[in-house]
Design a protein around this ligand. Sequence first.
Ligand SMILES: [Zn+2]
Length: 717
Amino acid sequence: MRLATGDTRRQPRSGLFQRNAAVAACPLLILLCAGGAFAQTIQNAEALWRAHDYEGANNTFKALVAANPKNADYRVRWGDLFYERFNQTEAGNLYQEALAIDPKNARALLGMARLLADNYDEKANQYAARAIETDPKLYQAHELMAKVALEDDNQMKAESEADAALAIQSDAVDAIAVKASIDLLADKESPWVAKIGNRGKGYETIAYFDVINRRYEEGIQFYRKAIAATPDLWSAHSQLGVNLMRLGREEEAKKELDLAYENHFRDAATANSLTLIDSYKKFDTFRTPTTVLRFNKKEADILLPYFQEVMLRAMATYEKKYKYTLKEPLQIEVYPDHDDFAVRTAGLPGLGGILGVTFNNIIAMDSPSGRPPGSFHWAATMVHEMSHAYVLSLTNERMPRWFTEGLAVHEETAASPDWGDRLSPEIIAAIRDKRLLPVAEIDRGFVHPTYPSQVIVSYYQAGKICDYISERWGESKLLDIIHEFARNRSTVDVVRDQLGMEPAAFDKDFLAMIDKETGKTVAGFPDWTKQVRELNQLAKDGKNDEVIAKGRAIEGLYPDYVEAGNVYTFIADACLKKDDKACAIDELGRYSKNGGRDTETMKKYAKLLADAGKPKEAAAALERLNFIFPQDAELHERLGGLLLDTGDAKGAVREFQALIAMHPIDTAGSHYNLARAYKAAGRKDQAREEAVSALEAAPNFKPAQKLLLEVSGEGDK
Ligand SMILES: [Zn+2]
């Protein structure tokens, strides 16, 4: 999975059930509904709830709370109803109201813990611990802590919390399921599975842990078991559907999702997944024996050649590097609407602001058109996700999260040094504050972040660990480690055996490398920030020489910064104001080399190069943009021309084809250009067709007439 830096949006929940919903169900009992003359009892509310009359239960709770404003327990149960009916916000409000009345209300604390745990918020533990403090018999709080610990891959704590729950309640089903999951994730037979008996909830919990450990097939098996035990466990039907959809089994997925939906299990994942399956008819699918590419019809023509090229190249690289060939065709789905794609990831940890995700051999990712130009490197995301597809298949999903992600981040930069993510200010702050985690604990930085940017920092750190291993022990060491993890060994054991050192010693060496690589930037960051502000002022004042001098003095302090307000652009602009083009070219060269992605800046750079008589360099600059934002007619027109001039006829054909796929205004000119490229590539028949197309659009277009004659074999006369 790959994240957009700094973006932590989440899919909004569709709260179908509202606290202040109109009391339409009982117009005759208006007094009752309003909490008036007739006394409501908690038993009434619970009975309606059990009978699935959620509106009735809601109205009864409303009346009860109105009549007993100081009763915390009523608010908690009302909150539980909202929780069950997918309205987290209202549930949270009611728990907090209850805690304002009674700060030691254990059920309210547990309710809060559960809500937070659902959102992978590490504060869940604190609420659960407080719940146990106030009510030591509340075994559900221990169960919750066991689940949170297992999400972090902390088996020891998960085990002890599950045991604590079982000591209070010997048949606590989630505690039993956690014990079973610990065994099953370690590929051991588990005596605990049988103890679940006919309680579907328990199998559902095991399935959940399979899924978050990317073992989708096993997860599906356990959801099926859950349904066999408890046929009306609609949450399991829904999750079975969601996971079947992730693996591309849409027909059965739809059946299960429909079933859940019809039975009023309508959480965001269920509703949105059904919408997504409906939207598949807007997609075109392109197959080869080893690849499947799926695009929205409106952008398939333009994206297909670029995606196919990067995909095939990465497959060849990975087959060699990982010494492994995928057993099934690799499928990549490209979504122009980010929300459609986000549906596929709902409920998985650490995925706010995600760009791509891999489910076994299926990759779903954002389309470049779904993000602002220059903000998203689709090719880097693609090779990242493809690394997951190979490595997870080759290890049968037995890889810790940190190594899976770290390796994929490492592959982005291995594909091309300017592709990977840059050192961002939030990562600099984390290094400065010594917030990088020990290698033995880094997994929790992905699942339960303790500060807002920790997931992004963890991606960075894991990537750097893989870079470091590659540099010190050789790239092939990464494959050795993959094979060790495939045997389901722990990070600590693998570090000891494969790197020949204790994890603590590894951390020390690794941090020394980080310090060497980033120390200057980290230490100089406050000064750099101040000086960039001054640079900004100098630029505003038009003091070009000073901008250039000052900019050059500080650009080495933080070379990775290529975002808005970067030093390279300040300098290049100042150079251009002085009409010193060589100076601007030099500066923008550094911008490009350091991964600058702004489309306008890169086009400006390419134009300067072309004007300076460097068409090859200009083409290379523009080619970088194809991996960032290919939906740009001007880019293809200019690049096609440059490639044609420099003798790359094949590349020119690709570019002018892309131009035509974008339906440019100058139809005749575009077909004519493509005809020229075909001619240069020795493809006379196609050149003739394109020349004819150009003349259909503009019958008196002289160059096209001339070209048509040439490729018709009459040009030599
Ligand atoms: Zn990833």
